[in-house]
Design a protein around this ligand. Sequence first.
Ligand SMILES: C[S@@+](CC[C@H](N)C(=O)[O-])C[C@H]1O[C@@H](n2cnc3c(N)ncnc32)[C@H](O)[C@@H]1O
Length: 321
Amino acid sequence: MPEPLFSIRQSGQVYFGPEFASGQGDERRHYWFQSVCRVAASAKKDLESPLTILEIGSYTGFSACSWYASARSLRLSPQIVCVDPWRPYFNSRQTAAQGPYRQMNAALGSGEAYELFNHNIRCIGAEGSVLPVRKPFSEALETIGASKFDIIFIDGSHMYSDVLFDIQQSLPLVKSSGIICGDDLELSWDKVPLSVLSTPDLLDFDTYIDAKAGIAFHPGVSKAVWETLGPVCSHTGFWLKSSKWSDCACSDVFTIPWRPPHVAKVVLLVREAVGDYNILFFDDSYVAVPMSAGRVTPENIFNVKGAKLGSSFQAVLSKIT
Ligand SMILES: C[S@@+](CC[C@H](N)C(=O)[O-])C[C@H]1O[C@@H](n2cnc3c(N)ncnc32)[C@H](O)[C@@H]1O
């Protein structure tokens, strides 16, 4: 067994660090999973039945572990189907462009990504609740196509045609009271500047970075989400849609963050520009910080002049409005 994986297994702890680029994506997005579980569970007709979650694209299990921890924190019983072929999928143009893609392809090709997924799922105690289906979603549909899920989380290949397929084929699998959601929607397609839209081969980029325009986004996700679902609710790149909700219910989800224990503690901007304040979340506390305060970090957040602290979003809101 290769050295990094051997040490990780010896540790008996979940691992989402730099090896294999296994700490995938922006951890702040995981802070919303518990709220999604709460809302999906409360809409269920049979409250005793498990909360069923389909994840498309699991890699080394970062988000799968967060779904599990988030559901368990509410004393729900999750059943999570993780669909991923765990095979290299980035083309040579992408691997040449960005290091993590090379790293991911290598870990997927060697089988280490799948081994680490299983290790992480075991360490978090989720083996009995997680069913890995080692196939592309198109082939997994034969196995799971008759199931219905409370939550479907889409985080597979970010190429436009793949995201389009994943959303289109997922829609019939979401319960009528369920939620479809996904990762990596940093910019809604209708907000992409014209100058960027005219970039040759824009949809061939997994991530498109335009330092001049200050833009980094996943064009395939933006376009496919827009074409299939139209406007969706999103926060920090995590998007969701429910046929049952108004936008207002969405914004309720995005006011109650929760950090799964294996996810790093970061300062999360919950709501921008409420009067003269930004409302932030850090270490289980809500903090309203004057917008004039400058950069807020874990080190200074509780000492910012004029900041108001609260144990809930509403509590802190009532102090500034
Ligand atoms: C961005 S990573 C997923 C990250 C993961 N959700 C996490 O939090 O660590 C994308 C994953 O999608 C998988 N993938 C690629 N094509 C797929 C397909 N057709 N069906 C399902 N998964 C696919 C890749 O193997 C890769 O593991």
